[in-house]
Design a protein around this ligand. Structure first.
Ligand SMILES: *Cc1c(COP(=O)(O)O)cnc(C)c1O
Length: 417
């Protein structure tokens, strides 16, 4: 192994070789931006002694996000989950809401937290997004809304979803946590449905450390969400709604503004990384990288690989395990699906029967590290590891199976009942 690339089976760390990376490569390592500019903003915030409660930085952040999303209202929050919870409450959702299981668990939790039943709907195998053809089948007299997720920044079929929602008089909300800066049919994500929610968590493409936002064109809904974010206060002593504390603070907004200053650079880096991975993995049998519509704006924040075990001769979990030994912490986003997590697994033990595509696809995908923390050199190494693993899949399969029997890879086999 002269060039640090792992071409031989014995080079792999899982077979006793030295790990390819000294420090771990994470999915979602934060993008930071210009620290001097960030420090300037922090200093200004401390000089003003206004740390939160809708100060000038939060206002500026809201204005800039609203402009990018092409809507009049942005309500910035302390995180994306609270933004979802407030949007759900402000929209008056109750009873049951139709939602994909193939998402981060916060999408379902935001409903369950308010004792609204998330009714899990299967996904389209090509897009991995909620299958609009399945939505109508999930509607009952208790259904009040649809909560779509633009997974990995790839838009839902908004045309069909809006039709179902209109026809059946349902509210339509989107969890757009992955999709800031993306467009669909030339229109910015953030402007679809009754409202959309972004997350600006540190792992997301644009970050406020912790943060989120509700976007809407609806004046009344915006007003309600704004009040709910701040305990329902209209004026100092006048409360008109049940509320919570969902405010974004000024330091977070400063981080967000600094992040926004670098948005084109972050996109360019992600895009270059994405194509480096695409090239590096292109000739490996059984592996494909999910694609983005190049005619649209995309943030390329997720490099997601789909593994066809029959063709590759190795399954997704083994590849993730082999990468982990090299300190490449690929993630199974999203596995095993919300319906296999508590409390949903106990509430709806048979949900999987209606989710064949979710069950299948969640066993086939993994996400690779990208963002400004990763460059071409790292990506070349990662791709070579994966190529070597697939090339030697037979031999690896035997070795790893033996280890599994020896119990050294506990919790490693997927589909644990
Ligand atoms: C990150 C994320 C959330 C939650 O956002 P937080 O800001 O971490 O609360 C919700 N839904 C999806 C799909 C996410 O990826």
């Amino acid at each position: 192994m002269q060039d640090g690339l792992k071409d031989q089976l014995e080079d792999l760390a899982i077979c006793g070789g030295t790990p390819a990376f000294e420090t771990p490569l994470h999915v979602g390592a934060p993008n930071i931006g210009d620290r001097d500019r960030l420090r300037e903003r922090f200093d200004d915030i401390f000089d003003r002694r206004c740390l939160t409660n809708g100060g000038p930085y939060v206002q500026e952040f809201e204005e800039r996000v609203a402009k990018i999303a092409g809507v009049p209202h942005c309500i910035a929050t302390c995180n994306g989950t609270l933004a979802l919870e407030i949007a759900i409450k402000a929209l008056g959702l109750s009873g049951e809401v139709i939602v994909p299981s193939f998402t981060f668990v916060a999408t379902a939790h935001a409903l369950q937290w308010q004792e609204i039943t998330p009714v899990f709907c299967d996904i389209d195998p090509d897009t991995f997004n909620i299958d609009p053809n399945r939505v109508a089948e999930m509607i009952t007299p208790r259904t009040t809304g649809i909560l779509g997720v633009h997974l990995w920044g790839r838009p839902c079929n908004t045309q069909m979803l809006v039709e179902v929602a209109r026809e059946r008089n349902l509210k339509l909300l989107y969890d757009a946590s992955h999709a800031f800066g993306c467009t669909h049919r030339g229109r910015a994500i953030g402007s679809f449905g009754d409202a959309e929610v972004f997350s600006f968590h540190a792992t997301k493409f644009i970050n406020t450390i912790e943060g989120g936002a509700i976007l809407t064109k609806n004046d009344e809904l915006a007003e309600k969400a704004r009040l709910m974010r701040n305990f329902g206060f209209v004026t100092y002593d006048n409360v008109t709604h049940v509320g919570t504390n969902g405010k974004m603070n000024e330091l977070s907004a400063a981080m967000g503004l600094t992040s926004l200053d670098h948005m084109p650079h972050f996109i360019e880096t992600n895009r270059a990384n994405y194509w480096s991975y695409r090239k590096g993995l292109a000739d490996i049998p059984g592996l494909s990288v999910i694609s983005y519509d190049e005619r649209e704006e995309c943030n390329y924040q997720y490099v997601v690989v789909e593994v066809d075990e029959d063709e590759a001769g190795i399954d997704r979990d083994r590849i993730v395990q082999i990468l982990a030994a090299e300190r490449v912490l690929a993630r199974r986003y999203f596995y095993p699906g919300c319906h296999r997590m508590e409390p949903y697994r106990s509430y709806f033990p048979h949900a999987g029967l209606l989710l064949p595509v979710t069950e299948r696809q969640s066993g086939r995908i993994f996400s690779l590290p990208t963002g400004t923390a990763v460059g071409e050199e790292e990506i070349e190494k990662v791709c070579r590891i994966v190529a070597t693993a697939v090339k030697h899949s037979d031999a690896l399969g035997q070795r790893l199976d033996k280890r599994m029997i020896a119990g050294t890879t506990a919790g490693y086999r997927h589909r644990v009942a």
